[in-house]
Design a binder for this molecule. Structure first.
Ligand code: UD1
Ligand code: MG
Length: 452
């Protein structure tokens, strides 16, 4: 099979006002990733695949996100919002590059899959000029209806222009299309704006293809894959669909989850073998969990690497830049940030470890705090392998505790501690024999007097 080149154009010039947000619509997130990023990742990638994103005039942030996800993406600005065909033509220079297949997708449809893009390209190989992704929504109101005659797609009628008979049609346009790249410019240039909205409708391409005696066909998919996001409620619905998919994929990959519906994953979460995730765990972007690790209940992780057989939580918060070595243990009410915690180290209770490196098999006692911030800058704490930090110690960074050193409980450590040394930095203990007894007796005498 000869490989066909492709250009995918993603339309992302949405105004997004119904989101009631200062953030452009396509930068809202599902499973820890922008709506646009999901679409760009599903679009054909690799050899022979190119990508263009059409953005609105003030949306530099949208272009930046496109470049971050797909550095090969070209961006084009649609200065006036004159319709979907007009938006596609904003990328005319990219289209003129002459890819075999031209794919069009919307930036606000994050659940679209790579397989669907490939399904749409197949009819082009078989000689069709246009393939349109169709679906049968529970409520078709607002969508373009697909008019099929003699098994062929004859036209798409937008809701505003449809007769009542056409509005009764359940098969709708999902918005994703694949065109024969050799013919697409001629077709798009024929599209006018004589309709009730005065917009240049991409959907008019279907009737033009038919009038040219060429073939347009429909490929159907399920509603879940083509949900478009216009409101916060729809964003939450898409999140639910995506979470269900991610949980299912994790279970299929062998992750043990006692209550999967309570676990939230990110699109890029990766798992080794025999990972266990207990209920009510939230995993943000950039997390990888290696073989045999256990994430206990009510933990929150983002941008963290969990080593083999490591244990996290319950009630742990692992913030960006956390990396746990093999068998490391993070216990309850522990917060970590930019913390490299080597193999076998233990941080088991009520502790903050930030901007720190903890050597292998070190033991960090309950209530230890790395004092990493002085109000101006962040400073580093270095703890050597096998060191023992007694409970309730404050480690005032920058500070280094040598390998095998011992820190007495309750110390405030502000100077470096050599390897294998003991450092104690706290008030001296004094003992007064019998004091408590005398105190109690004096108090009791006073009480009996006043009671009389
Ligand atoms: C469009 C389709 C409709 C389909 C529906 C699926 C057309 C004319 N209609 O309708 O058949 O059922 O999507 O959701 O194509 N955009 C721009 N610039 C513009 C106009 C739109 O970039 O000038 C982008 C939007 O940001 C959005 C996409 O194109 O991502 C679709 O535009 P929208 O206005 O949502 O079209 P619909 O009315 O939903
Ligand atoms: Mg829409």
């Amino acid at each position: 099979m000869s490989r066909r080149t492709s250009l995918t154009i993603v339309l992302a010039a949405g105004e997004g006002t119904r989101m009631r947000s200062a953030t452009p619509k396509v930068l809202h997130q599902v499973a820890g990733e922008a709506l646009l990023a999901h679409v760009l990742k599903a679009a054909p990638n690799g050899d022979g695949a190119s990508l263009a994103v059409v953005v609105g005039p003030d949306h530099a942030a949208v272009s930046d996100e496109a470049k971050r996800v797909r550095p090969d993406a070209a961006t084009f600005v649609q200065r006036q919002r004159l319709g979907t065909a007009h938006a596609v033509l904003a990328a005319r220079d990219a289209i003129a590059g002459g890819a075999d297949d031209l794919l069009i997708a919307f930036g606000d449809t994050p659940l679209i899959s790579a397989a669907t893009f490939e399904r749409l390209r197949q009819p082009l190989r078989d000689g069709a000029t246009l393939a349109v992704l169709g679906f049968r929504p529970a409520d078709p109101t607002g969508y373009g209806r697909l008019l099929v005659e003699d098994g062929r797609l004859a036209a798409i009628r937008e809701q505003a222009d449809a007769s009542s008979a056409e509005r009764a049609i359940g098969l709708c346009n999902a918005g994703v299309m694949a065109f024969d790249g050799r013919r697409v410019l001629a077709i798009l240039d024929k599209i006018g704006n004589a309709n009730s909205k005065g917009e240049f409708y991409l959907t008019d391409a279907v009737a033009i293809v038919r009038d040219l005696g060429l073939e347009a066909i429909v490929i159907e998919t399920g509603e879940d894959e083509v949900r478009g996001i216009n409101t916060k409620a729809q964003l939450a619905e898409a999140e639910a669909v995506m979470q269900a998919r991610l949980r299912r994929a994790a279970l299929d990959a062998g992750v043990t989850m006692i209550a999967p519906d309570t676990v939230f994953l990110a699109a890029d979460t990766t798992f080794g073998n025999d990972v266990t995730i207990e209920p009510f765990v939230v995993i943000g972007p950039g997390v990888s969990i290696a073989d045999g690790a256990v994430i206990h209940a009510f933990s929150h992780l983002s941008q963290a690497t969990i080593g083999k057989n490591a244990s996290v939580g319950p009630y742990a918060r692992l913030r960006p830049g956390t990396a746990l070595g093999e068998g490391a243990r993070i216990g309850n009410f522990v917060e970590t940030k930019a913390a490299i915690i080597d193999a076998g180290a233990k941080v088991n209770h009520l502790t903050y470890i930030g901007d720190a490196h903890i050597g292998a098999a070190a033991n960090i006692g309950a209530g230890t705090i790395t004092c990493n911030y002085d109000g101006f800058g962040k400073h580093k704490t270095e703890i050597g392998a096998g060191a023992f930090v007694g409970s309730n110690s404050s480690l005032v960074a920058p500070v280094t505790i040598g390998a095998g050193a011992y820190i007495g409980s309750g110390s405030v450590i502000s100077r470096d501690v050599p390897s294998d040394a003991l450092a104690v930095a706290r008030g001296q203990q004094s003992i007064r024999d019998g004091w408590a007894k005398r105190f109690r007796e004096a108090k009791t005498r006073g009480k009996t007097k006043t009671a009389k």
